[in-house]
Design a protein. Structure first.
Length: 273
């Protein structure tokens, strides 16, 4: 059983939902990332999504685009991102780590070398934003053979056939993009999101996480009432941008947001399935 599956099983048995915060690796500098990952786990994070910096992050809004720019300015790369996971694993061999990024850096490194190194350092899942299932025939089998969960995005306009395809190819969880747009965009229509999550669950047996627009603890609590996981990115990365010259303050702000979301999600109204 993978760390991701183990985590969701334990949460389900406890009547709780997964909190999955996102950071861009190396933002604002390499030395910030691993301590912040540990601090988020201590504050209540269940799974960490670690963004691979990329020069053309087309699914990301301005906040995370600028995070990639800052990381790339400090020479962060896919290889160095994997080294950060290796460093994190020296202090935490339990919390799942999911890499989130784009196909180009993986292709540049090579599918097999990437998968082998990811397995070595303890990566649990990979979400490749611009890899459709029709083009995943080489990378996904390598990941699954290595015990790494391929994680796919579902959009508001994903139909039943698409959901079935993603569920058959994917492992770990499905990531539902809660709005049509980029990360950190407009306010969510939670009733519409809930309808889509229920439709996905009617087809798929995988846990479903919701991201792209989760801004605060109240919203996290509402989503946790019907989804299996809440993914938060831009709300955290914006604190790094605001306090990039004061990393201790940035980490404190991030920890505060994660802790508030964890407490809200664990409140009585957000518990259960």
């Amino acid at each position: 059983m993978s760390r991701i599956q183990t985590t969701f099983t334990a949460l389900r048995e406890a009547g709780r939902k997964a909190l999955i915060p996102f950071l861009t690796a190396g933002d604002p500098k390499a030395g910030f990332t691993v301590p912040c990952m540990h601090a988020m786990v201590a504050a209540g994070a269940d799974i960490i999504e670690l963004g691979i910096p990329f020069s053309d992050p087309m699914a990301d809004g301005p906040v995370i685009q600028r995070a990639s720019e800052r990381a790339l300015a400090h020479k962060m790369s896919l290889r160095k991102t994997l080294a950060l996971v290796d460093e994190f694993r020296r202090g935490d061999n339990t919390t799942p780590v999911v890499l989130m990024g784009y196909l180009n850096p993986i292709e540049s490194l090579g599918y097999r070398p990437f998968v082998e190194r990811a397995r070595e350092v303890g990566v649990d899942g990979v979400l490749t934003v611009d890899l459709p299932p029709e083009e995943s025939g080489e990378l996904v089998p390598l990941m699954r053979d290595a015990g790494i969960d391929p994680i796919f995005l579902l959009a508001p306009n994903s139909g039943a056939e698409r959901i079935r395809t993603m569920s058959e190819l994917g492992r770990g969880y499905l990531y539902y993009v809660s709005l049509k747009g980029v990360t950190g965009a407009a306010n969510l229509d939670l009733e519409d999101v809930e309808r889509h999550i229920n439709a996905i669950k009617d087809i798929s047996g995988l846990p479903v996480g919701v991201g792209f627009g989760v801004k605060n603890a109240e919203m996290a609590r509402a989503i946790a009432c019907f989804a299996d996981a809440v993914v938060v990115g831009s709300a955290l990365v914006s604190q790094i941008e605001a306090f990039q010259d004061r990393p201790e303050q940035a980490q404190a702000e991030i920890v505060g947001i994660v802790r508030a979301m964890r407490e809200a999600m664990d409140s009585s109204g957000a518990r259960g399935s």
